[in-house]
Ligand binder design. Structure first.
Ligand SMILES: *Cc1c(COP(=O)(O)O)cnc(C)c1O
Length: 466
């Protein structure tokens, strides 16, 4: 075996990659076939033993070669995957990535541009600017090209996901309005609380969210009572139930009280692509900042997070100098300054897969996928509602369906979920809402069929203790 492992880039990189990729593709196919379902059976203990036994030496004294390593470990991870491309793997906002996006991600790895300075990412950084501006235009309107000269100073930053986007939104609010008080619905994502803790903000005020939606009357009251600068965080697509807060009404209240508004649209932001469902996001454009996650309703491999910012000037606090990356004379001489576009330094060109996907599918293609999963969720919810053995939580606003077998109490329901996991039969989530536990199906696979969802219901029925 070669003692000189080849590089992925350059003119010869592709030739070195080609046979390795064939090995990877074979291993992916073999692993999926060996698994034969949404996840491996046996639960954590069996999987742990199998992994430990197969890996044997993590860092052997002598290497086993690229072919062996890829074949063994890719097969291992594929056969032991909870694969979101399987219709019965539907617990989380864990998307089955599109093949075109995964292929683009390979190019990103091979070229490895790092987005912290122009001299590491000349074209990739320009592409990032075009795509982030286009995304900001999807949220806020405008053309997305040459925004400054059109007087529409919207922008978007690339992040690792909703968590980082929410953190950045709070950071910008803190820098612009110190000390800012966060008000978030009881239905808001946990990352907002962590961000407040991390940034040294006062404990967030929790606004009641009866029926899973932030209550505008309660928000109005809280905004009236609280002194000082305030940031309201609303949610477009809650993680538990996929519900959309009354965004426009909340935006009106924020305007009336002079509060800043952040909307966490990590999940629901995908509706921007849907011609018929986009309307559900009315009011999104009134937010100062918006979290978006294309590794949810955007079919990208992780990571594909964004923070859209209505006023580009709000990004000024992120400006930062490091002589080796953005020396003042370099910037003056015309080298773009990228350091202020993230809190990270080295940064993957995650924009490439999104840019490729958008070009390949167009807005129509993206919207069709969004509509497919939302339609599927509506049909699944109707089927549950019509089934005498099941109770439906609510009609879905997005692609999440919460339900429970009528025969099971909370303990029984939790048991059903774990049993399906342990047997490798189905990956369902759980959510506690209105004081009860629900099974959660988050439908992100556009090709799941009604028949497969009917089979899922039969599985749950068959596993419910009585
Ligand atoms: C998923 C999610 C997040 C967190 O996003 P990550 O990409 O997992 O960091 C934040 N908010 C909401 C509403 C989400 O659904």
């Amino acid at each position: 075996m070669s003692s000189q492992p080849p590089l992925a880039g350059g003119a010869t990189g592709p030739d070195a990659l080609r046979p390795l990729l064939l090995t990877v593709l074979d291993a992916l196919a073999e692993g999926a076939a060996a698994r034969g379902g949404p996840l491996p059976d046996g639960g954590p203990e069996a999987v742990g033993q199998h992994v430990a036994k197969t890996v044997d030496h993590v860092l052997p004294a002598q290497g086993l070669g690229a072919e062996e390593a890829l074949r063994t470990l890719v097969t291992l991870v594929a056969s032991g995957a909870a694969d979101p491309a399987d219709p019965l793997c539907a617990a989380h906002l864990h998307t089955p990535p599109l093949a075109v996006a995964a292929a683009a991600d390979l190019a990103a790895s091979a070229l490895n541009p790092s987005m912290d300075s122009w001299d590491q990412a000349p074209a990739a950084s320009e592409l990032e600017q075009l795509v982030t501006r286009a995304l900001a235009a999807e949220v806020y309107g405008g053309t997305g090209s040459d925004t400054e000269s059109h007087g529409v100073p919207h922008d978007a930053l690339v992040t690792t996901g909703g968590t980082e986007s929410n953190q950045l939104a709070l950071l910008l609010a803190r820098e612009l309005h110190r000390p800012v008080q966060l008000l978030a619905g009881a239905n808001a994502h946990h990352s907002l609380h962590r961000a407040a803790w991390l940034l040294g903000l006062p404990d967030p005020v929790t606004v009641p969210a009866p029926a899973g939606l932030l209550d505008p009357a309660a928000l109005d009251e809280a905004l009236t009572e609280l002194p000082g600068p305030k940031l309201v965080a609303a949610t477009a697509g809650t993680t538990d139930a996929g519900l959309i807060d009354p965004l426009d009404e909340i935006a009106g209240l924020c305007a009336a009280h002079g509060a800043r508004l952040h909307i966490d649209a990590a999940y629901g932001g995908g509706l921007l692509f849907s011609r018929t469902r986009r309307e559900k996001l009315r009011g999104l454009e009134r937010a100062h900042t918006v979290t978006l996650d294309l590794h949810k309703l955007g079919w990208q491999p992780v990571a594909a997070g964004f923070l859209a910012v209505r006023d580009t000037a709000d990004l000024a606090p992120l400006g930062h100098r490091a002589d080796y990356l953005n020396a003042e004379d370099d910037t003056e001489a015309g080298l773009p300054d990228l350091l202020g576009r993230s809190l990270r330094t080295s940064r993957r060109p995650d924009i490439l897969k999104t840019a490729v996907t958008w070009r390949a599918l167009g807005r129509e293609g993206m919207g069709a996928l969004v509509d497919q999963v939302c339609d599927l969720a509506e049909e699944f919810a109707a089927a549950i509602d019509a089934h005498p053995g099941f109770e439906l939580y609510d009609r879905p606003a997005l692609s999440t369906v919460l339900f429970r077998p009528r025969d099971a109490d909370d303990t029984g329901l939790a048991h059903v979920r774990r049993k399906l996991l342990a047997e490798g039969r189905a990956v369902l989530g759980r959510a506690r809402l209105d004081g009860r536990l629900w099974l959660k199906a988050t439908l992100l696979n556009p090709y799941t069929t009604r028949g497969e969802l009917a089979a899922l219901l039969r599985l749950v029925e068959g596993h419910t203790p009585r």
